[in-house]
Design a protein. Structure first.
Length: 350
């Protein structure tokens, strides 16, 4: 592999930390720069295993800070960007939409502008890889799948901000010839996910014998992908994906929330040696999320056919390793759920 200087944004977060670990271990010739503001969702503990590697560099900084972003591009001359930094939780976007516009839209614009300024005279062998979500397509009814050409129809401030950033990336490609790829992925789960999203929140609550707040009637459907399979897809797309293309990434794995929660409860009972059925008793149906998308499901046949990617683990395997990880990393859980998390939880669920 040739030498390359790669900026990965949001590398201290959930998906970003798995991408950083994969790239740092697999590509010793690449210089990997992790730019992260260390918001509530960023945690350098996630990167302990690679933090001393000579090809890894951490930069603490905010993608909203335009002059700072310009300065690091001028200094390090990044050949490529893999952009994951974002405000990522739908519920938080409902209470504070502007924060999502700032980071997800303006922050992305700052990166695009700095990248364009640096390479506009010669974009050869450069790449701006933007990580997005299937939520930009809005909601499906009971049937159908999101394809790469499904029209954007976002319903939450989170998905609207991601959709907007996707449009700007594509527009920079058309207008300025900026080389880009976008991937739109379904719901991820796995180790190191902040316990505000469904699966880690419910694992943490089961450990603590706390209520499991299922929104509405629980008949909402998501397509779940193990985070390491997403990181593998990102590696593949980064190296073999085509300029100006988008790829959908999904788990071939649809679950209704309530059925997923019941499976999780059964697995947790087994692993915690609790009486069968005891975790299920914690399920509590609560007020629905406003604008709640009924169903997401990805048609991942393009990446499967063109890049030979498929998820490597079944949902049962992935969920089981995820639970094992949380059970053996209670210190990590304790650290991220102290302080501000309690205020968030109180506001969101009281
Ligand atoms: P996350 O919330 O776990 O991590 C986000 C990271 O970005 C954190 O480390 C945070 O500190 C950093 N960050 C936030 N604002 C920043 C700013 N202004 N400047 C610099 N750094 C900042 O998110 P995640 O779940 O790992 O998602 C990563 C990306 O993948 C996001 O772009 C998200 O939209 C996308 N995505 C997520 C999922 C999912 O299921 N989690 C699915 C598809 C796509
Ligand atoms: P989430 O993990 O927030 O991901 P997203 O909204 O991006 O799909 O939620 C997954 C599903 O679980 C979604 O339908 C909302 C639901 N949900 C609950 O029922 N209760 C909760 O406490 C949370 C956080 C989510």
């Amino acid at each position: 592999m040739s030498e390359k200087s790669i900026l990965i944004t949001g590398g201290a977060g959930f998906i970003g930390s798995h991408v950083i670990k994969l790239f740092v271990e697999k590509y010793p010739n690449y210089k990997i720069y992790n730019l992260d503001a260390l918001t509530y969702a960023g945690n350098l503990e996630n990167l302990k295993s690679i933090e001393h590697k000579s090809n890894y560099h951490f930069i603490k900084g905010d993608i909203n800070d335009e002059s700072f972003i310009d300065s690091i591009f001028q200094k390090h001359k990044f050949d490529a960007v893999i952009h994951l930094a974002a405000e990522s939780h739908v519920d938080r976007s409902i209470t504070d939409p502007l924060a999502f516009v700032k980071t997800n839209v303006i922050g992305t614009m700052n990166l695009l502008n700095a990248f364009k300024t640096l390479w506009k005279d010669n974009f050869k062998d450069k790449l701006f890889y933007h990580i997005s979500t299937d939520e930009v397509y809005g909601t499906l009814g009971k049937t159908g799948l999101f394809k790469e050409d499904t029209p954007y129809d976002p319903n939450s401030p989170y998905s609207a901000s991601k959709a907007s950033s996707d449009h700007f990336v594509r527009a920079y490609g058309e207008t300025y010839g900026l080389p880009y790829i976008i991937t739109n992925c379904s719901n991820n789960y796995g180790p190191n996910q902040f316990p505000e999203k469904l699966i880690p929140l419910f694992i943490n609550n089961i450990i603590q014998n706390k209520a499991l707040p299922v929104y509405g009637d629980g008949n909402y459907t998501r397509d779940w992908l193990y985070v390491i399979d997403h990181a593998i897809a990102i590696d593949l797309v980064f190296h073999e994906g085509l300029n100006h293309e988008t790829y959908n990434i999904g788990g071939f794995n649809e679950w209704k929330n309530i059925e997923l929660v019941e499976l999780l409860c059964n697995l947790m009972d087994e692993k915690l040696n609790r009486t069968k059925g005891s975790s299920k008793r914690l399920i509590t149906f609560v007020k629905d999320r406003p604008g709640h998308d009924l169903r997401y499901a990805i048609d991942a046949s393009k990446i499967e056919k063109n890049l030979s990617w498929r998820p490597s683990v079944t949902f049962e395997e992935g969920l089981s390793s995820t639970i094992d990880w949380y059970l053996s990393n209670e210190e990590w859980l304790k650290n991220v759920t102290s302080g501000n998390y309690q205020n968030y939880y109180q506001k969101q669920y009281s």
